[in-house]
Design a protein around this ligand. Structure first.
Ligand code: SAM
Length: 214
């Protein structure tokens, strides 16, 4: 489900900073070569991620769910001098394409991709993160939050994508029978009730939860 009418979406994109050329190319290549191109963040959400990153100026960013690297490239735009983005994906078939576009963007020294199951990989990371983007398997969002919260700097931000799950989080039938919907709804409720954080559920694209550690 698109929450915004197509014409309004187009208007928003037209009146936001233009998608950089390398991201236009990556967007086209993903649609031409990769399954489920709808997973890619896209122009408007991508500019939102870049804007947040530019405001935070993070030293370390963690991304869970690389896919073809679109959101990683957006988030890396805001890194502080000498900063690093670590992005994790379980699918090794994406690695060559991600490396190609990371190189084309000139971010080889800024972005490190790790192939593996995020839940296992995150436990091994020694960094304290200033910005985290959760965009992988929806059923694990709560588990990721629990792992990350102690690795997040005070004042640090977590962004979690797809938390409205095409509107299913308010659909009784989906809530009764669909596991991902139940677990995303549980994630939203858990974050909202956690006294360690402030949060805001933004109706951007498929719903973006903004979480700030106090
Ligand atoms: C929605 S896509 C990410 C889109 C990307 N962040 C973007 O905006 O362009 C989700 C990705 O999560 C990956 N994924 C799913 N389960 C995972 C897991 N357990 N660990 C790491 N990555 C996983 C999938 O392979 C897929 O590439």
């Amino acid at each position: 489900m698109e929450f915004l009418a197509e014409a309004l979406q187009a208007y928003c994109e037209l009146h936001s900073t233009e998608e950089p050329e390398v991201l236009k190319k990556l967007n086209r290549a993903t649609h031409a070569q990769v399954l489920q191109p709808r997973m890619l963040s896209g122009h408007l959400q991508g500019r939102f991620l870049a804007m947040i990153s530019a405001l935070v100026r993070p030293k370390y960013i963690l991304e869970i769910g690389t896919y073809t690297g679109y959101s990683a490239l957006c988030l890396a735009e805001g890194l502080a001098e000498g900063g690093k983005l670590i992005t994790i994906d379980v699918n090794p078939e994406l690695e060559d394409m991600v490396h190609h576009f990371v190189k084309e963007a000139g971010f080889e020294n800024k972005i490190q991709m790790i192939i593996g199951d995020a839940y296992q990989v995150i436990r091994t990371l020694p960094q304290t993160f200033d910005l985290v983007f959760i965009d992988a398997d929806k059923a694990s969002y709560s588990k990721y939050f629990d792992l990350i919260i102690d690795k997040l700097a005070p004042g640090g931000l977590i962004l979690a994508d797809n938390v409205l799950w095409s509107g299913k989080v308010i659909d009784e039938k989906s809530l009764a029978k669909d596991k991902d919907t139940q677990l995303l709804d549980a994630f939203n409720k858990k974050v909202q009730a956690d006294p360690r954080v402030d949060c805001m559920l933004l109706p951007l694209r498929d719903g973006m939860m903004l979480i700030r550690k106090k």
